[in-house]
Write a protein that binds this ligand. Structure first.
Ligand code: SF4
Ligand code: SF4
Length: 483
């Protein structure tokens, strides 16, 4: 057992209101500069939809992530052969039109235009070429709130049953905020011939060393989430850094801090790095349970001892015990990884959406159970859709999560309205009264310090042994450089 610590974010999709405050907070701090205009390290997509960059989930086109080759994992796009050939050209990388041509407006013209017959306007211009853009063709959230549109929703790969967008009464939408997942088996790190990308030993954050990056862009192609970007000005790769200058001082990420819906939780997980490869080799619908089995109990003395041997401090172990992320991912099994079938073992987790609860009120009154709460099978967001996004197609896992969320609402609604709450509702979902109250608190009134349990660290004082491990541990030892 090789016990490692990983800092992790959980998103509660039920509560995201699609306000993009998180994206703007991130943009203002990290990507508001030349060459990074089109980059959104944090973005929020409307689902069903094609996302940003467009169609990023389509690995037949972009060839990101890993595939199982016999008993081994192989980067989908790379072997030894194409590596040399691709040094100067990445055929599978998204093009600027797959993102969007970044633009700004010439506001100076509003006050500075020469006198004429027409009202002066602020015309759009490209932030790359500086040329005027007559008609803007796209943006980072171009299909925002347009899930009903055949143009966008119909192209969502997760939407197997196209009928759900054929009529208004079956239509649904939700938001999907995305950052780099700081994966345990990061395809970006494994693909880099210059070894510029690395996974930090002390907190698992995946970074690009700007002094080492040669701009080959293998990482941009290899990341199936398309969360590594190429800075056209510096010629280097860039990506979400999980706000490490903030987390190192115990503050939560800018996106989580600014989140209006308070949908995000940040905390520490302990995991067994020796088991990552075997977990990533499982069949698609077994991957989530394999991910869960990697996560270790921070109260277990053997795990704590193993963690200490690898330089994990007591402060981090205490944070792992109090971690809201452990509660949601492992203890209650409510949060699931995004597209586990890409096999990067992502470390951002999502609680599937249950909303909109009242959408079935009108015509399916008879299907309602427990008063106002709809039965599982009548929920508007199809289980197959959520399974495609979050469980490698495993419907049972989605149903288990939704059952718990429904039970929580039913029980707390009963309690808050002074109605007799039926304990059987909880039992059926595998919950009890005290656990449901803990979860209710986390989802509703929990303050900053309960939602974010982030231990500070002094990197300069890290054990040199541990820092050496950044060269690669677990499966990365074998896969770095595609070898
Ligand atoms: S999501 Fe995973 S593969 Fe993609 S950049 Fe982040 S760590 Fe790398
Ligand atoms: S700030 Fe929070 S609620 Fe708003 S879009 Fe971002 S994740 Fe969703």
């Amino acid at each position: 057992m090789d016990v490692r610590a990983q800092i992790v974010m959980v998103f509660n999709l039920d509560k995201c209101i699609g306000c993009h405050t998180c994206s703007i907070a991130c943009k203002n701090i990290w990507t508001d500069r030349k060459g990074a205009e089109y980059m959104w390290w944090n973005n929020v997509e409307t689902k069903p939809g094609v996302g940003y960059p467009k169609h990023w989930e389509n690995q037949e086109r972009f060839k990101g992530g890993w595939v199982v080759d016999g008993k081994k994992l192989k980067l989908k796009a790379m072997g030894k052969g194409p590596t040399l050939a691709n040094m100067f050209f990445q055929p599978n990388m998204p093009k600027i039109e797959d993102y969007y041509e970044p633009f700004d407006f010439d506001y100076g013209n509003l006050a500075g235009a020469k006198e004429g017959n027409d009202q002066p306007v602020a015309e759009a211009f490209s932030q790359i070429s500086g040329k005027k853009i007559d008609e803007i063709q796209g943006g980072p959230n171009w299909d925002d709130d347009l899930s009903g549109s055949q143009l966008y929703a119909a192209n969502d790969l997760n939407l197997q049953d196209k009928q759900v967008i054929d009529s208004y009464d079956t239509m649904f939408m939700q938001y999907l905020p995305r950052i780099c997942n700081h994966c345990l088996n990061p395809a970006c790190v494994a693909s880099c011939p210059s070894r510029a990308l690395y996974k930090r030993g002390e907190d698992g954050i995946v970074l690009v060393d700007q002094n080492v990056c040669k701009g080959w862009r293998f990482c941009t192609s290899a990341c199936p989430y398309k969360k590594v970007y190429f800075n056209w000005n510096s010629g280097k790769a860039e990506k979400c850094i999980f706000c490490y200058p903030r987390t190192e001082t115990g503050q939560c990420n800018a996106c989580a801090h600014s989140c209006v819906g308070r949908i995000r939780f940040v905390g520490v997980l302990l995991y067994d790095a020796d088991g990552v490869e075997a977990a990533a080799l499982k069949k698609d619908d077994e991957l989530v349970e394999a991910h869960r089995s990697l996560i270790l109990d921070p109260n277990d003395p053997e795990v704590r001892e193993g963690a200490r041997k690898n330089g994990v401090s007591d402060q981090w172990l205490d944070a792992a015990v109090k971690s809201p992320v452990y509660t949601l991912v492992k203890e209650f099994k409510l949060a699931l990884p995004l597209h586990p079938e890409f096999r990067t073992v992502p470390m951002a987790y999502y609680i599937p959406s249950l909303s909109p609860v009242l959408s079935t009120w009108g015509d399916t009154h008879k299907l309602l159970e427990h008063g106002m709460i709809p039965a599982l099978e009548t929920l508007r967001v199809p289980i197959g859709y959520l399974a495609s996004l979050l469980s490698g197609g495993n419907h049972r896992l989605i149903e288990e999560v939704l059952k718990k969320l429904i039970a929580l609402r039913v029980f707390m609604r009963g309690e808050n309205l002074g109605l007799a709450a039926d304990p059987a509702v909880l039992q059926e979902a595998g919950l009890d009264q005290s656990s449901v109250k803990r979860l209710y608190r986390l989802f509703t009134v929990a303050g900053y310090s309960e939602r974010n349990v982030i231990p500070a660290q002094q990197r300069e004082e890290q054990d040199p042994y541990q820092r050496k491990q950044e060269a690669g541990f677990g499966i990365l030892k074998k896969t770095r450089g595609g070898k």
